[in-house]
Ligand binder design. Structure first.
Ligand code: ADP
Length: 622
């Protein structure tokens, strides 16, 4: 079941207004003119409508009064000219509004993406944030997301201008009604308003019942049963790659049980039937309510006309105004709750946008050193992942000399990757500190500090973009440098076979994209790390997906690839690390040994020797 706030529960008006304020403030932040543009467009469209009405009134009354034909033509042309201009202007503004909606939609979504990119990593990786992201995804899919909000804002602005126009143009009828002394008119008016009010309320009730079912679990009522989404929808774990596992493990039944079978359950069918029924009833009530009011307004003005109280032309004018008055009030009564409901659907996004980063953000600029003299020290660092009882690293101390090639070995889960994450400030230590040239790394400007590191994470990701852009992590790059990095990382031969060279798109997200193997992807990731040219290179199991020959190429060329940079090289395969001057052995979150391969091996009771001997049974230690 969804963790979403229950949208069917009523919110006090104050809360709705607060939501509206937040939403408008956010969109204004993207473009302060959007509301003005919508308002002007609607004002002009409404003005055009009333000009047409007034023109009809003029023509009818002039004909009745026997005004000269040329005079009628002159005025008609004047009106028609103004209306023509307005119609063109409205059309142009309409197009502008459409374009603005599109661009706001894109920028609004970019806002959340950007927010997530700059959020504390610990926060974004937390279960709470996962739930929030899921809620946002669901809420965005509800209705037409932001476009629905724009649509209702547009309707409401139109209704408000229309109401103003109806009052302004039809104002004299109020005096006529008061002076007419015809009680049947008032009875008719009251009756029509009462019946219309009841049917409108009923329509809104049905709509609320419709929404109530829909909000229970909107995915159930999407046209495509979610089953298909598992295999075909883009991105995330619903990508086509899922198809392999579903086939191999015959997981159809499993997915069916959660998706298609649910969709076909009798009670689900019944719910869907109810949904259609409520939608139909709500639509019917709305039509009836509108027709009652329209009929009543014509009858009222008809009575006045028969009594000789209004001219023929004004019958049209007042009937139109009364009808508009009712219609637009009715429309506001429906649109405002719909807008509130839709805006409420964006509050999960607002929640994300309002999240504050909690990690300390230093302001110290990083000293740019041409000699690359950057020394790192871990001083008694302990760290537990948020929500975890166990220490991933405990009382960890280590100094890294400039230009040193440090290997980190240890069993899975011994804290190796955690050390890299702390070094890159994805998390801050709970105890102790990490120092750069003697200064706590928290004090530096984060983006400047991160420039010091090239990292290939175990779960690195490449982008579905051209190969060269992937390596340079930029759309403009030095092609020669990129190619050299790719060759250094052992991708040279494969590069020759890429149809467009470095311009070839990676992955099948694009029609002519190339699907690279896991090992090839790893080489590209290594090339990206080399290309960044940072003083520290951190490689977390960089050869795990490589074949022995490629692995050998990386090792033997490692010094050349990394040059005089400081390098940290993580591997659970001990034989891969022998070429490093210093090896740090991790065990259960602690640093248990350091030394060269020979020194560590000499310690008969050490962890390194134990691991080495265990692995010797499986690997040929050449
Ligand atoms: P290694 O790289 O040596 O295999 P890690 O540094 O990834 O080990 O993990 C150290 C410990 O921290 C493990 O017990 C692991 O389960 C735990 N751990 C790793 N990542 C997370 C996380 N995001 N949340 C909670 N615990 C984690």
């Amino acid at each position: 079941m969804r963790e979403t706030s229950d949208l069917t529960s009523r919110l006090p008006l104050k809360e709705h207004l607060r939501n509206m304020k937040k939403m408008i403030k956010t969109i204004n932040g993207l473009d302060p003119w959007w509301l003005v543009l919508f308002a002007v467009k609607n004002l002009l469209a409404v003005t055009e409508g009333y000009l047409a009405l007034l023109l009809s009134v003029y023509i009818l009354d002039s004909l009745g009064r026997g005004t000269a034909f040329t005079e009628i033509c002159r005025v008609t042309f004047g009106f028609a000219g103004a209306m023509f201009l307005l119609a063109n202007l409205v059309h142009w503004l309409q197009l502008r509004c459409g374009a603005k909606q599109q661009s706001l939609y894109v920028r609004y979504h970019a806002l959340t993406e950007e927010k997530m990119l700059h959020m504390d990593f610990a926060r974004i990786a937390s279960p709470e944030c996962e739930i929030l992201k899921k809620r946002i995804r669901e809420d965005m899919n509800w209705g037409a997301g932001l476009f629905t909000v724009f649509d209702y804002v547009d309707r409401i602005l139109g209704s408000m201008w229309n109401l103003t126009g109806a009052v302004a143009v039809g104002f004299p009828v109020a005096g006529i009604l008061l002076r007419a002394g015809r009680p049947e008119i008032w009875l008719l008016l009251l009756g029509a308003v009462a019946v219309s009010w009841v049917t409108t309320r009923l329509g809104i009730r049905y709509m609320a019942m419709f929404n109530e079912i829909l909000n229970g679990d909107p995915a159930r009522y999407e046209e495509l049963p979610p089953f298909l989404g598992w295999l075909f929808a883009n991105g995330g774990h619903f990508s086509y790659q899922n198809g392999k596992d579903v086939r191999i493990y015959g997981a159809y039944g499993l997915i069916r049980r959660y998706a298609l079978d649910n969709y076909e359950l009798p009670e689900e069918r019944q719910e869907r039937r109810k949904l259609r029924l409520y939608q139909g009833k709500s639509g019917f009530c709305q039509v009836v309510s509108g027709q009652i009011l329209e009929g009543a307004s014509y009858m009222i003005v008809g009575i006045l006309a028969l009594a000789g109280l209004v001219t023929i032309g004004n019958v049209l004018r007042y009937a139109g105004c009364i009808r508009n008055l009712f219609q637009e009030m009715d429309s506001l009564a429906k649109s405002i709750p719909e807008l509130f409901l839709n805006v409420r659907k964006h509050m999960s996004t607002m929640e994300l946008l309002e999240m504050e980063n909690e990690m300390y953000q230093g302001s110290l600029p990083l000293e740019k050193r041409s000699d690359g003299e950057y020394r790192i020290e871990f001083r008694n660092v302990s760290f537990r992942y948020p929500g975890s009882e166990q220490y991933a690293l405990k009382d960890f101390s280590l100094k890294m000399r400039v230009g040193e090639k440090l290997a980190i070995v240890g069993m899975n889960g011994s804290g190796k990757t955690t050390m890299i994450k702390l070094l890159c400030r994805l998390y801050d230590p709970d105890e102790g500190a990490i120092l750069l040239n003697g200064v706590d790394i928290r004090k530096f400007r984060q983006e400047e500090y991160l420039k010091l590191f090239s990292v290939v994470f175990q779960d690195f990701k490449l982008f579905s973009l051209p190969l060269g852009e992937n390596v340079a992590a930029d759309c403009r790059y030095d092609a020669e440098k990129v190619e050299k990095c790719l060759r250094d990382a052992g991708f040279g031969e494969r590069l020759e076979r890429m149809p467009e060279g470095a311009d070839t798109y990676l992955y099948k997200d694009y029609e002519d994209g190339v699907e690279v193997s896991g090992g090839e992807a790893q080489k590209i990731a290594i090339a990206r790390a080399v290309c960044k040219d940072a003083p520290f290179v951190l490689l977390d199991e960089p050869t795990a997906a490589l074949d022995p020959l490629s692995e050998y190429e990386i090792y033997s060329g490692f010094d050349r690839i990394v040059g005089d940079k400081t390098a940290v090289y993580i591997s659970h395969r001990l034989s891969s690390c022998r070429f490093c001057q210093k090896i740090a052995v991790f065990h259960e979150g602690r640093l248990v040994q350091t030394g060269s391969h020979e020194e560590l091996l000499a310690d008969r009771n050490g962890k390194y020797r134990e691991l080495w001997e265990a692995q010797a049974q499986y690997y040929t230690q050449g």
